[in-house]
Ligand binder design. Sequence first.
Ligand code: HEM
Length: 504
Amino acid sequence: MDQAADSYSTSTPPLFLLGSLALAVSLLVLLGHGRGKTRLPPGPPALLFLAKFAALRRSIFDLGPMIVDLHARHGPVISIHLFRTLIFVADRKVAHRALVQGGATFAERPPAVDPTRLFTSGGRDISSSPYGTYWRLLRRNLVTEALSPARVAHFADARRSACDGLVSSLLKEQERQGQEEAVTLRPLLRRAMFELLVFMCFGARLDREALDEVEELLHQALLSFTSFPVFAFFPAVTKRLFRRRWAGYLALRRRQEKVLVPLIHAERAGDDPPCYADSLLAVRMADDVRLTDSEMVSLCSEFINGGTDTTVTLLEWIMAELVNRPDVQAKVYEEVRANPELSDLQGMPYLKAVVMEGLRLHPPGHFLLPHGVQHSGDGDVEIGGYTVPKGAEVNFLVAKIGRDETVWTAAREFRPERFLEGAEGHGVDITGSREIKMMPFGAGRRMCPGYSLGMHHAEYFVARMVRDLEWRPPVEGEAVDMVEKLDFTTVIKHPLRARLFART
Ligand code: HEM
């Protein structure tokens, strides 16, 4: 039984298990825990939804298209009953009222379930820790000690050398393959960004083997976040049923700690800029308590993962648009050529508009991380006119909001000009504090603390890739296929391939 269960697809639990769970959920709903007493957002019956979900054999991250479908049928706020009530919001004004005007009400995170719990030391990284003192301390430490403009400026040389390495490895690859063949961007770009984040985190330049190992360990843990959360259902039972899978996660976590703990405590060279690990070693909580090694491993993994895939996905989408649109690429080139040292990205409005348009049309996350709800006293919490039950998770349709036809002209088209002076998107507030027109980093108290670093990396890498290389499609005149695929982020389904020519 154990073996049979474990040899089943890694992301899909057996149908019988989903069937029994759906039955249990439906019974709870019938017994009065569901609609009827209060006005819950509309949505499909649990049994029907789970049956459809299981029939399509999807991972939890593939919920996306099904949710968009449900919104079309039920309206801007819907709910689904799985292991918890999941509420989804597709309306920007409702999102603004909840996340920004609602203060701390929606700033909670739902309790982490395994294996996320395991890889975050029991919910002790920033993104999964409950709204409160620990979260505030760690978030402030990240923002002031690692992401402040002064700290980010310290890493200018590291960014330059990451891009030097990227451009030269892209050209080498092009040379190796011959000028008629196209080069795949993603693996080389990912490695360059990963190496940069590792340096910002540990203050160390690792050799190739060590980088491979750290990358593999973090990637494996990331994959576990996206598989179906089978241990959310009756964990004592499912951990026995899927014993080998659980043992695999435990072993992965042990290896992660074995490899990352020495990097956190390593001696740093005196002339290197202060790194994130240094700041974590200096954190003191109440009664002078320090962070444990396990907590620091989770926080460093979050830093590297949070800053790598998101930015790489965004950059790949932007470069794909630039391959399809030589006119836009030429305008970026004109701008960067006038300031080839790239010392003043602030003075490059077109480059900035290209990155903003990338974030609007291709946000790396089509959803936020799940938000929990704080119920103070006996008062009901509402969203968009519906009651939010205790223990519910709330999420927001980031991509749909950025592509809202009532806000953006030709919303499905890549038009950076819309962010230039005098146009509809000029001066749009990316933090959403005044109003939400796009929310690639979320909004409100849980908004991404790395947003300015993410945007800076995106601008700098685009500028370098266009300054040094001309990007042409694999076959002259043929457009790049822009189909989306849900991974940890929403990536371009067929990784971007292009023919590259060094600019002289
Ligand atoms: C283009 C790049 C990036 C994008 C699109 C992005 C997007 C997001 C989104 C959508 C969230 C969830 C917000 C919510 O749940 O309301 C988030 C949270 C977070 N991001 Fe980013 N991010 C990016 C870069 C970074 C970088 C560079 C770092 C750090 C080095 C980072 C660290 C975090 C952390 C720690 C959280 C959790 C915040 C909390 O729960 O308080 N991100 N990010």
